[in-house]
Design a protein around this ligand. Structure first.
Ligand code: GLC
Length: 800
């Protein structure tokens, strides 16, 4: 069953049936102000941080689902009938009202046709401004004159998510809502400078600042008291919970259309005046849309693919890039699942995300990489979750003691080895090497950067990026157990596998991958001593990988503290694990024969039509030696679900050993595009990868959950473009080395690399999966693809 379709030309996903089984979300804002919204205009808005600076309230994990939001009500003043521009919150009978929702790149549009009125509400946040615009158009499509009213509604939040959820005896009496000059101001009086505003491009006929007046104590957003009676209450109050409702009465003749702009902004009434003026001019609203369109066009144009796989084309050219960019912006801290209690940067997630969109967002990727380097301790492990502001030079201290201030950096935030995850920093090394290869910025290796622990001790200790990387590698080399495998510590990539002093093969493979990346960089920089030193370590790690970690047909997952192997043939539960086996191959650590057998084992034991299981069979018996994973229900999340994030690792692993057929089989299984028509099973949005899909040991097998905020976004993008299509930037050239199914006859990629455009056409006349035999540049035979002058365009033909 399907609920919508991809509109590739407009880069939108169109939801034609809005009674979806679950919320389908989108992200607005690409700078400081941002919002997460769903297909019925539900969602919330924040400034920089959804934990410390929320603007609008959200009732997470609630019924009715995903309220409140940015709602617009229309009322027919003749009949007293009313409806909303998005299907919810009023929820008109879908046999009588036609609703659609369209999610685009940083905007969403809700359309409604009801009883001779067409309406449309578009939400977006212009670049360079901290305001959420609600652009509403109402048209009379009937034959008679209409007497209508429009009401807006949003619920303001206290800034701090905790203060907004507990202990109201303080907050409720230190915040006030007031109305003047067409502007509602929410004053969070308990803060030094806590204000929000809500205004519109018209002179209102009524307003409400007090939530409980507008809604009514025994009503909901479905039937607000003010809309029911057709008049706002003109409520204002110092104290209580507040809303933003502005009301206007208007008449429409047949075919007549009117446009209203509502503005929800960061700042006080003074900040609202110029914004009200600016966006009361429709030309400025339209210019903001065009600016956002060009912002995204530049990114999507940086790599456009045309392959025989239509799902891959659609996702890579728009949606997976979008998802990857969103992850670099929001790490994992803003969604309907992560509703603000876990902000900051997760070390491993951010390190991986930063590798995936360097070609379209080099500055943001570098910013994230630098933040992570600053979050590294001199011991060589990183802070698992931290606020990047902690390690920036402090601003002027404020003497105002607000309960919502962001915690400052102090020694307590530097956690010990007990809380360190063994994999966190290893991801950063390949990301930095990818960054340097993409940008050509070799000097970055010598940039001087602080460390987290010495920074909070007040020491001005800096080392080069290159030296940071050595500390990471040395840490993993030291943290090995009695079998010579890296220790598991608090967790490795799998948060729920808590091997502690036990050992993790995954980390050993990641260590090997990081060593290989580092050696490439050291070689390029001519640091031969390091090439030799780390080369020897790599050899040793490879030997351990093949001698100790091998189980006959696949690699074990680890060894518990008491010396028990896990992920091996003898295991009845958790016999085969995906992430360690994928990295055994992808890192290059596994010998050729072992790598081939391992890929077969992944295919045989872990493949399902919805993607690869993380492990199988699921654990059913709690086992503290293995960790929390044994207390997650079978088939969910880390315990036997299709956990999406490692899926593209297995696709890349297949490419590593030339198996383009398997890579594509795995890619297609997880690809949400191909689940567009089975929403009764998938439930979640088909334009976004989800964190997991229930596995075969659960009755909801195939049901996807947690969209957008997952490493599978970035990794799917990276694997498809880098490993499958084979577009690999190098220090001094661009390599094209695809690994595709043998029946692909050709494909093309338009790729911007260091400012030049490469129009790449790959031909596969003899039906190969891997291996390039000839390269032509602008018609002439060549043996490599050089870095061309920025601004030029070149035709590259690659024959496999
Ligand atoms: C979540 C976390 C990620 C972790 C994964 C597996 O996606 O964000 O850091 O690696 O779960 O546990």
């Amino acid at each position: 069953m399907k609920y919508g379709h991809f509109d590739d030309e407009n880069k939108e996903y169109v939801i034609d049936r809005v009674d979806l089984p679950t919320s389908w979300t989108n992200y607005l804002g690409v700078e400081d102000m941002a919002a997460v919204v769903n297909h019925t205009a539900g969602g919330y808005c924040f400034y920089k941080s959804p934990e410390y600076h929320r603007i609008s309230r959200f009732h997470g994990n609630s019924i009715p689902m995903d309220r409140p939001g940015f709602y617009v009500y229309l009322r027919d003043n003749e009949s007293s009938d009313y409806w909303s521009t998005s299907w919810q919150p009023v929820g008109k009978d879908l046999n009588k009202a036609k609703y659609t929702a369209r999610h685009g790149l940083s905007y969403s549009v809700y359309e409604c046709d009801y009883n001779g009125i067409h309406s449309e509400e578009k939400l977006s946040i212009p670049r360079g401004e901290n305001v959420l615009l609600w652009d509403v158009k109402v048209k009379n499509t009937g034959k008679t004159d209409r007497n209508l009213s429009i009401f807006s509604y949003l619920e303001f939040s206290f800034h701090h998510v905790m203060i907004d959820n507990i202990n109201f005896q303080m907050s409720l009496y230190c915040a006030g809502g007031s109305y003047k000059d067409g502007i509602i101001e929410e004053d969070l009086f308990y803060e030094e400078d806590g204000y929000q505003y809500f205004t519109a491009n018209f002179e209102p006929d009524g307003y409400d600042c007090v939530r409980d007046r507008f809604i009514g104590t025994y009503n909901t957003e479905t039937n607000p008291a003010a809309v029911e009676r057709g008049e706002c209450f003109n409520s204002e109050e110092k104290g209580m919970s507040h809303c933003g409702s502005l009301m206007k009465k208007f008449r429409l003749k047949p075919s007549e259309e009117v446009r209203f702009i509502f503005m929800l902004g960061e700042g006080d009434r003074k900040a609202a005046y110029p914004i009200k003026k600016k966006y009361s001019d429709f030309a400025n609203v339209d210019a903001a849309y065009e600016d956002l369109r060009l912002y995204w066009k530049k990114k999507t144009d940086a790599m456009l693919i045309n392959t025989p796989n239509e799902g891959m084309n659609s996702l890579i050219n728009t949606w997976t890039l979008y998802q990857s960019e969103i992850n670099v912006m929001f790490s994992r801290f803003a969604s309907f699942i992560e509703v603000g209690g876990r902000v900051g940067l997760g070390y491993r997630d951010t390190a991986q995300d930063s590798m995936t969109v360097v070609h379209s967002n080099p500055d943001k990727c570098k910013e994230r990489i630098v933040q992570l380097l600053k979050g590294l301790t001199t011991k060589g492990y990183g802070l698992h979750l931290f606020q990047p502001e902690w390690f920036e030079e402090a601003g002027k201290p404020s003497d105002f003691d607000s309960p919502t201030v962001v915690p400052k950096a102090d020694k307590s935030i530097i956690h010990s080895l007990d809380d360190a995850c063994s994999d966190d920093c290893l991801w950063l090394i390949p990301s930095i090497v990818v960054y340097i290869k993409e940008t050509g910025d070799l000097s970055f290796a010598d940039e001087m950067i602080t460390y987290a622990d010495t920074f909070v001790e007040g020491k001005n200790f800096k080392e080069s990026v290159y030296d940071h990387l050595k500390r990471i590698l040395d840490f993993s080399a030291e943290q090995v157990g009695s079998n010579g495998i890296c220790k598991g510590l608090r967790a490795d990539w799998n948060d729920c596998l808590n091997l502690g002093g036990g050992e993790s093969t995954l980390v050993t493979f990641l260590h090997y991958a990081a060593l290989e990346s580092f050696i490439e960089l050291a070689t390029k920089l001519g640091r031969t001593e390091d090439v030799e030193k780390y080369g020897k370590i790599a050899e040793k790690v490879k030997k351990v990988a093949n001698d100790v970690c091998w189980d006959g047909d696949w690699f074990i997952r680890g060894v518990t503290k008491s010396g028990r192997k896990i992920g091996c043939k003898e295991d009845e539960e958790g016999k085969v694990h995906l992430e360690s086996n994928a990295w055994a191959i992808l890192s290059g650590a596994a010998d050729e024969e072992k790598a081939a057998k391992t890929l077969d084992a992944i295919d045989k034991y872990l493949y399902t039509p919805y993607g690869l299981l993380l492990n199988t069979p699921s654990y059913t018996k709690p086992d503290p030696e293995i960790g929390f994973v044994t207390r997650v229900y079978p088939g969910l999340k880390e315990n036997g679900a299709v956990f999406s994030h490692p899926n593209p690792w297995a696709q890349a692993a297949a490419c590593k050993i030339g198996r383009g057929d398997i890579a594509m089989k795995f890619y297609n299984a997880l690809c949400p595009y191909y689940q567009n028509d089975i929403i009764e099973i998938r439930e979640s949005e088909p334009y976004s990868y989800c964190q997991f899909i229930a596995g075969k040991d659960h009755k909801a097998f195939g049901r996807a959950r947690h969209p957008f905020m997952t490493g599978s976004g970035g990794w799917s993008y990276f694997t498809a473009t880098y490993h499958i299509l084979g577009i690999k930037p190098d220090f001094d050239s661009l390599t094209v080395d695809p690994c595709i199914p043998a029946d692909w006859k050709e494909f093309s990629v338009s790729r911007v690399f260091r400012g030049a455009t490469y129009e790449i056409n790959v031909k596969n006349p003899s039906g190969k999966m891997k291996g390039v035999s000839e390269i032509y540049i602008d018609g002439a035979k060549a043996d490599k693809i050089p870095v061309f002058e920025a601004g030029t365009t070149h035709k590259v033909t690659v024959v496999m």
